[in-house]
Ligand binder design. Structure first.
Ligand code: IDP
Ligand code: MG
Length: 156
């Protein structure tokens, strides 16, 4: 099972889309293991987006993600990182396919509603930026025997 860090960015919260977006992930079968509403301060934004430092869009990106409350999630599931990225759609709203989160609700380059980790290493690093280990909850979910084929003993 893989974990990914998802951020419903300030435009998603302000536009009243947090619940709708969260529902998509829940309905897909991904399991919610951590969640908080918070304001990202500049220090945290700079640590999170360190790989983009120096790019022309970096200052605007830091302003954007610190501009209002965000909802931060950790989702767990089989191939959760790639699944969430596919559900998010292409980075720019105007390029993203209909049916994806950015494709259905986004038009902008910067204001693209959602962040999702892009690899296991970045997911682990990002999860530890936003959550203490005890804030990530392990729990049984009876529907998992219908979300996954468990006949071989592990989720398929
Ligand atoms: P991703 O969010 O799809 O992984 P990244 O390339 O990691 O895209 O970029 C991080 C964030 O920076 C994007 O989600 C978007 O908010 C912003 N961004 C990326 N490229 C541009 C750009 O060319 N202009 C304006 N903002 C950008
Ligand atoms: Mg990225």
């Amino acid at each position: 099972m893989e974990r990914t860090l998802i951020i419903l960015k300030p435009d998603a919260v302000q536009r009243g889309l947090s619940g709708t977006i969260l529902s998509r992930f829940e309905e897909k079968g991904l399991k919610l293991v951590a969640m908080k509403l918070m304001k990202i301060d500049r220090g945290l934004a700079e640590r999170h987006y360190a790989p983009h430092k120096g790019k022309p869009f970096y200052p605007g990106l830091i302003d954007y993600v610190t501009s209002g409350p965000v909802v931060v999630l950790v989702l767990e599931g089989l191939n959760a990182i790639a699944v969430a990225r596919k559900m998010m759609g292409a980075t720019f709203g105007f390029n993203a396919e209909p049916g994806t989160i950015r494709g259905d609700w986004g038009l902008s380059k910067t204001f693209n509603l959602i962040h999702g980790s892009d690899a296991p290493e970045s997911a682990a690093a990002e999860i530890s930026l936003y959550f203490k280990p005890e804030e990530i909850l392990g729990y049984e979910r009876p529907i998992d025997r219908w979300v996954y084929d468990m006949s071989a003993g592990s989720p398929q």
